[in-house]
Design a protein around this ligand. Structure first.
Ligand code: ATP
Ligand code: MG
Length: 265
């Protein structure tokens, strides 16, 4: 087994006076896709914020490629290889798609040919972004905005891409109805209804995750409530409850019993 790319040991995080994370242990190996799951309010986002440095940890350690990062500021952790797409639509609605992407390039200091090849990689993953370069971010569908946010994070060339509920902007109430529809979707076509658009968006994000997974240099930590989505894209899962990991394992061990006990409301 390779050395972990990221390793959390006994991480304790407080928000104000509240003890939120109570000894979180988690690790991700190079090239792995790991799903972090759990009901609302159990500490998934807090875990991601602790990893990226948005929240300080009170105790425990966070190692990135063997180096402790838990005391480093956010921007230093980002340059060390963490690409973070927070929960919600993290794009600038009044800037164009192109301008939103430029921000990712500027953060990483890429110019000229390096910038163009990085952009080409993003367009290969998310062709819709290339078609919409001059559109304002705010007019994209929820899923397209999510693709833009992921694309921008990829332009910083992360070792670990951290996604907080990438399907959330995509009408969550209908995602679990989509199921098999996803598999039937082939080439992009004009959306016929909101359901079709949402299904296409989910399919495109799923394909992108699977494609990134095949490029073994990149690992992905994904917070996601939709079990089927996790089963299709993840290698392993962790489930949290009340600030700690309660069960983890290969994605094949995410059985319906486990879902019922730890994930269903
Ligand atoms: N700014 C805050 N002030 C006080 N408590 C907070 C704050 N942010 C989060 N919490 C609390 O911390 C706990 C964990 O929140 P967190 O956002 O990590 O949950 P989550 O698992 O990501 O949930 P969700 O699925 O709803 O996104 C919750 O009980 C929440 O109420
Ligand atoms: Mg959350």
């Amino acid at each position: 087994m390779s050395n972990p790319l990221l390793k959390l040991t006994d991480v304790e995080t407080y928000i104000g006076g509240s003890h939120i994370l109570r000894g979180v242990d988690l690790e991700i190996h190079p090239g792995e896709v790991v799903a972090l799951m759990g009901r609302n309010g159990v500490g998934k986002t807090t875990t991601l914020r602790s990893i990226t440095g948005v929240l300080p940890v009170r105790a425990g350690s966070i190692m990135l490629a063997g180096q402790p990062i838990e005391q480093l500021p956010i921007d230093v952790r980002a340059r060390a290889g963490l690409g973070y797409v927070p929960q919600g639509r993290d794009i600038f609605p009044h800037l164009t798609v192109e301008e939103n992407l430029q921000i990712g390039l500027v953060v990483h200091g890429r110019k000229g040919a390096a910038a163009r090849s990085a952009l080409d990689r993003v367009f290969a993953l998310f062709p819709v972004l290339k078609e919409m370069l001059s559109r304002k971010g705010g007019v994209l569908s929820g899923g397209q905005q999510q693709q833009l946010a992921i694309g921008r994070a990829l332009l910083t060339d992360p070792k670990l891409l951290i996604l907080d509920e990438p399907t959330e902007g995509i009408q969550p109430s209908i995602i679990d109805q989509i199921g098999d529809t996803l598999k039937k979707l082939k080439a992009p076509r004009a959306p016929q209804s909101a359901l079709d658009q949402a299904a296409r968006d989910v399919a495109e994000i799923k394909q992108a995750v699977q494609q990134l997974r095949r490029e073994h240099s990149l690992a992905i930590l994904l917070v996601e409530q939709f079990v089927d989505f996790c089963r299709e894209v993840a290698d392993r899962f962790y489930a949290m409850d009340r600030g700690a990991v309660v069960i983890s394992g290969p994605i094949a061990t995410l059985t319906d019993e486990v879902v019922k006990e730890h994930l269903q409301v």
